[in-house]
Write a protein that binds this ligand. Structure first.
Ligand code: UDP
Length: 515
């Protein structure tokens, strides 16, 4: 690589480069550098969780890793996980922090995440560039490769400016990524925009690979606004351009070929170099179990909330496959009315349940409500409520029989890989299409989108746990088997991960070091 050429273009923009440094650049020689990858996840619970697992896997493969967290996320991980002791088992893994540009007390969850994106773009970008340049002179040495969340597109601009190869990772579902890619085409063909009160069951024909089952209601919620100038619509419609963007060496996805093969084939038409390396949480577990040198950690939690592990002891006391787990992830909030419908539906289903009821930000939009005595009584008999659960361990528990989920991609793939059937009630973004895939393509659950009625909830939970239990469990267990096989030697995700490691190592030799 002609580093001089790249530097000429960006000379003067390197904030930390002194005149002495510039002359060094002019005389530098090419040479091998130890691979050092800087990983920048989107600072939200789901993406941090999945990307951290990838970082650990890369570290176990002998690559130096700098994991970049916003101060906000770092503070929460430090408070609620055994981060520091866990990192000691990964030599060459370090955490670096950066500001997201928002005041400490600014809300970052719920519908405020667009403000976080804007702030990252405006305020974090220059800091990111400054930090990359500073690594040229300080331990552990130059960054030879960046892996960043594709939605942080400014990282691609900065990578270009400083001449560091970049790979993107997307932690939402590949199926939704493909829909984002097709949004401009859907506008051109007149399938978009539409309104929430139009016929939401009308078929959507313009997404290749999904023509036979996709309906308007399965598109991301912002497609229902009738307004294609909406900032959210514009942000995600631009995702397609990101896919086509040649500056990225490849795209890393948290799925496996056997799950999403037909849609991955469509994505490969526009973005040929995919690394499908998931399910990442299970890949890490498999790797750690087989490692002779690294002790298997007691917990590899990346929770931003304090985990209430007492639910595991409660699960230990429940019969096999008898409990339905209820969680809507880190962002979704319910109205008071929805909360009551879910609660009545669950209790009326007469199934045992473990419910994650997030305290902060509160899982319910309106002010806390008085709980009817009969609900409280039945919950004591058959239910268990926690503020935040060790979800991976919960889904892997033998008592687990089903999952009422918002169908966030991490929750979906965690459930698929443990063979737990789902009732899905999507909230936003990729969850609408994930929920459709769970029922109509993966055949491992029931799609409950766009209703929130105690009678329907009761029926769906009973269907999942009783009436359709055997067929759904059988299919879910087949899928889980495929997930497991993809992760062992010779499996699709195993091989793709090896290819990623090799490509990262190769990309370090295309960087240069200062003599
Ligand atoms: N999670 C958890 N405990 C909980 C609820 C969720 O550890 O009580 C984790 C879950 O395992 C998943 C992540 O939080 O990895 C949620 O990500 P997802 O993509 O499912 O949903 P989001 O929170 O982004 O809406």
């Amino acid at each position: 690589m002609n580093y001089e050429g790249i530097n000429n273009e960006s000379e003067g923009k390197h904030m930390s480069k002194t005149p002495e440094k510039k002359s060094k650049i002019a005389t530098m020689a090419e040479g091998e550098l130890h691979p050092h990858v800087l990983i920048f996840p989107l600072p939200l619970q789901g993406p941090v969780n999945a990307t951290f697992k990838l970082a650990e896997l890369l570290s176990l493969s002998g690559i130096s890793v700098t994991f970049l967290l916003t101060d906000h996320i770092h503070g929460r991980l430090n408070r609620h996980t055994n981060l520091q002791s866990r990192l000691r088992q990964y030599p060459g893994f370090r955490i670096k922090t950066i500001s997201d540009g928002l005041p400490a007390d600014h809300p970052r969850e719920g519908n405020r995440y667009m403000e976080l994106f804007d702030s990252l773009k405006a305020k974090t970008r220059p800091l990111f560039k400054e930090m990359l340049c500073a690594y040229e002179d300080s331990p552990p040495g130059p960054v030879t490769c960046i892996i960043s969340d594709g939605i942080l597109d400014f990282t691609g601009d900065v990578a270009d400016e400083v001449g560091v190869p970049i790979f993107f990772i997307r932690t939402y579902s590949p199926t939704c990524l493909w829909i984002f890619f097709c949004l401009p085409k859907l506008v051109q063909s007149g399938e978009l925009p539409f309104h929430g009160d139009d016929d939401l069951d009308e078929a959507v024909k313009g997404v290749p690979g999904m023509e036979t089952f996709l309906r308007r209601r399965d598109l991301p919620e912002f497609c229902r606004s009738g307004d294609i100038t909406d900032p959210k619509f514009k942000l995600y419609a631009a995702e397609g351009k990101g896919l086509l963007n040649s500056r990225s060496r490849g795209l890393i996805l948290n799925t496996f070929e056997e799950l999403d093969g037909s849609i991955l084939a469509e994505i490969r038409n526009v973005c040929p170099n995919l690394y499908t390396v998931g399910p990442l949480h299970a890949a890490l577990r498999t790797k750690l179990k087989s490692s002779e040198t690294t002790p298997f950690p007691s917990s590899s939690s990346n929770s931003l909330w304090p985990e209430d592990r007492s639910c595991l002891a409660w699960l230990d006391k429940q019969p096999r496959k008898s409990v339905i787990y209820v969680s809507f992830g880190s962002i979704a909030t319910l109205t008071k009315h929805q909360l009551m419908e879910f609660w009545h539906g669950l209790v009326n289903s007469e199934q045992r349940f473990l419910w994650v009821f997030r305290r902060e930000p509160l899982a319910v939009k309106d002010s806390p409500t008085e709980i009817p005595a009969d609900l409280e009584e039945s919950t004591k008999e058959r239910g268990f409520i926690v503020g935040w659960a060790p979800q991976e361990e919960v889904l892997a528990h033998p008592a687990m029989g089903g999952f009422v989920t918002h169908c966030g991609w991490n929750s979906t793939i965690e459930s698929v890989s443990e063979g737990v059937p789902m009732v899905s009630w999507p909230y936003f973004l990729d969850q609408q299409v994930n929920s459709r895939f769970v029922e109509a393509v993966y055949n491992v659950g029931l799609d409950m989108k766009d209703t929130c009625d105690r009678v329907i909830i009761e029926k769906m939970v009973r269907d999942l746990m009783v009436e359709k239990k055997d067929e759904l469990l059988q299919r879910a267990e087949e899928m889980a088997g495929m997930a497991r096989r993809s992760l062992v030697e010779g499996g699709s995700s195993f091989c793709n991960f090896q290819r990623l490691v090799n490509d990262i190592k190769k990309s370090s030799s295309s960087r240069v070091h200062y003599p």
